[in-house]
Design a binder for this molecule. Structure first.
Ligand code: HEM
Length: 463
């Protein structure tokens, strides 16, 4: 009997990489579903299929962002400091309009200038961080300093000092690490960037939102440009470069802008940065053929589910499908939908990514054997080999095997850590009730988050 138990335990341990991570992901999803409460509807679903998805998403009553959703406390916890002025979480109104206009002004510019700037930042960072003939990197980590420099230049109109780059990377990395539940928040680390930005408010290239206090302007910059922008671009680049590493047949054609766009569309279809975007209904929604949706419902729009409908063989990476399909008419919304608060970077992001990718591929070939999932918790392990370096194929194969084995075992420990850390943060966020307290104050107080010291010194974004 004892021997049988020992054999079963040993078998369970040895096969853990195969079964454990999936179970833990399901458990974690259960924890988050509990936070959401009962008034949640996820689309597409059995009653509202993908053909009505954008109609519901774009409905004028699908407009609330934070007020009234249990999940907001968690988002605000991850987004701190200043979640109440983060553009993604501001309710519609004059403050939102003011903030959104400033973001667009900062992201504006000629396409070729923005591309050249992204190429220069990528080139500088690559030459500094990967000077040798070959290197094992984590793609997300490698890309963070690139986008820290790029957005510092966009905001301040001047090169990013090394110390500032470290602050931005430290902050953005802390946010995305907490968001993925692979680590806890480090409020002090985030506060160091807040202090730097507070000292530079007068140097920003465009006028900052007049409806915000100076403190709120600092938080707006920190949340939108030095968190969301840096994190999203780094994640997106990690997905793109990892795909290219695993599909070397794409490389010879990536100089062709049209083909590059097909690869990018396919990468963003398979690995959308948003798993779910949510809205809170501000009024009832009654559409023909759609069950009644009461005001106050939390609508969750699942990007991966929507992106998997309407395509032949949707799981397959096939950039050539975009030769026959127009991204505009397909079930493809990598930057959200035009009718309801789309991403303000929908124009600049692809341009900048194309320029940065070409800088990487001009120097290196990329190789990776690791798993590729939408949440990318391993940050994209990859071998970069400088062109002209003779790396024997048996060495490359051995590195590939080592990467794959390490990835599978890391996944076991990481998924358990994610379960524990995710639960800790969910409980902490419920205790702090950042969003709930903010709206209580608005309803009963003077409209300021007087009792919100936490929001003024802590961490960041969940998707
Ligand atoms: C490839 C990179 C990026 C992707 C795929 C992406 C994707 C998205 C998506 C899907 C949304 C809409 C979600 C919803 O409907 O709630 C969104 C919103 C947003 N994104 Fe991006 N994003 C990217 C880069 C950026 C960058 C560089 C910035 C820099 C400022 C940015 C700032 C924002 C903001 C502020 C919003 C909220 C818009 C609003 O509510 O008015 N994103 N993004």
């Amino acid at each position: 009997m004892r021997a049988a138990v020992a054999v079963a335990a040993a078998a369970a341990l040895v096969t853990a990489p195969r079964w454990l991570p999936g179970r833990v992901v399901a458990l974690r999803a259960g924890v988050f579903a509990k936070v959401n409460g009962d008034n949640v509807i996820t689309f597409p679903n059995a009653e509202v299929g993908p053909e009505r998805f954008q109609e519901v998403y774009g409905h004028p009553a699908a407009g609330g962002r934070s007020r009234g959703a249990g999940l907001s406390d968690l988002f605000w916890y991850w987004l701190s400091p200043g979640p109440e002025v983060h553009q993604e979480h501001l309710e519609a109104g004059p403050r939102y309009d003011d903030v959104a206009a400033t973001t667009l002004a900062l992201l504006a510019g000629r396409g070729d200038d923005l591309s050249a700037r992204a190429a220069a930042c990528a080139g500088r960072v690559l030459d500094e961080l990967v000077p040798g003939r070959a290197a094992l990197v984590r793609l997300r980590d490698l890309m963070m300093p690139v986008w820290a420099e790029f957005f510092h230049e966009l905001v301040f109109g001047e090169p990013c000092p090394p110390g500032a780059r470290d602050l931005v990377v430290g902050h953005a990395d802390d946010v995305v690490t907490a968001l993925k539940c692979t680590g806890l928040r480090h409020p002090r680390r985030r506060a160091r960037l807040t202090r730097y930005l507070a000292g530079r408010l007068d140097d920003v290239r465009v006028a900052l939102p007049g409806s915000l206090t100076p403190r709120e302007r600092v938080h707006y910059l920190q949340g939108t440009f030095f968190n969301t922008a840096v994190v999203q671009m780094s994640e997106a680049m990690a997905h793109l470069l990892l795909t290219i590493a695993q599909h070397p047949e794409t490389v010879p054609r990536l100089d062709d802008d049209r083909y590059f766009q097909h690869v990018l569309d396919e990468v963003m279809r398979l690995y959308p940065l948003f798993g779910i975007a949510h809205r809170i209904t501000t009024a009832d929604i009654d559409l023909d053929g759609v069950p009644h949706i009461p005001a106050g419902s939390v609508l969750c729009f699942s990007y991966p589910d929507y992106h998997a409908t309407g395509y032949a063989d949707p799981e397959r990476f096939d950039p050539s499908r975009w030769e026959r399909t127009s991204a505009r008419h397909a079930h493809h919304i990598p930057f959200g939908i035009a009718a309801n608060r789309p991403c303000p970077a929908w124009r600049v992001a692809p341009l900048a990514m194309r320029a940065a990718t070409r800088e990487v591929l001009r120097r290196f070939s990329a190789h990776s054997t690791v798993s590729h999932t939408r949440s990318l918790p391993h940050r994209g392990p990859c071998l970069l080999v400088r062109h002209g370096t003779a790396l024997p194929s048996r060495v490359r194969t051995a590195v590939g095997v080592a990467l794959r084995v390490r990835d599978r075992w890391e996944d076991v420990g990481r998924s358990l850590a994610q379960l524990v850390l995710g639960t800790v943060m969910v409980l902490d966020a419920r205790r702090l009730r950042l969003a709930g307290r903010y709206f209580d104050e608005q309803d009963h107080g003077d409209g300021r988050v007087a009792g919100c010291p936490v929001a003024h010194g802590k961490a960041e974004v969940a998707r």
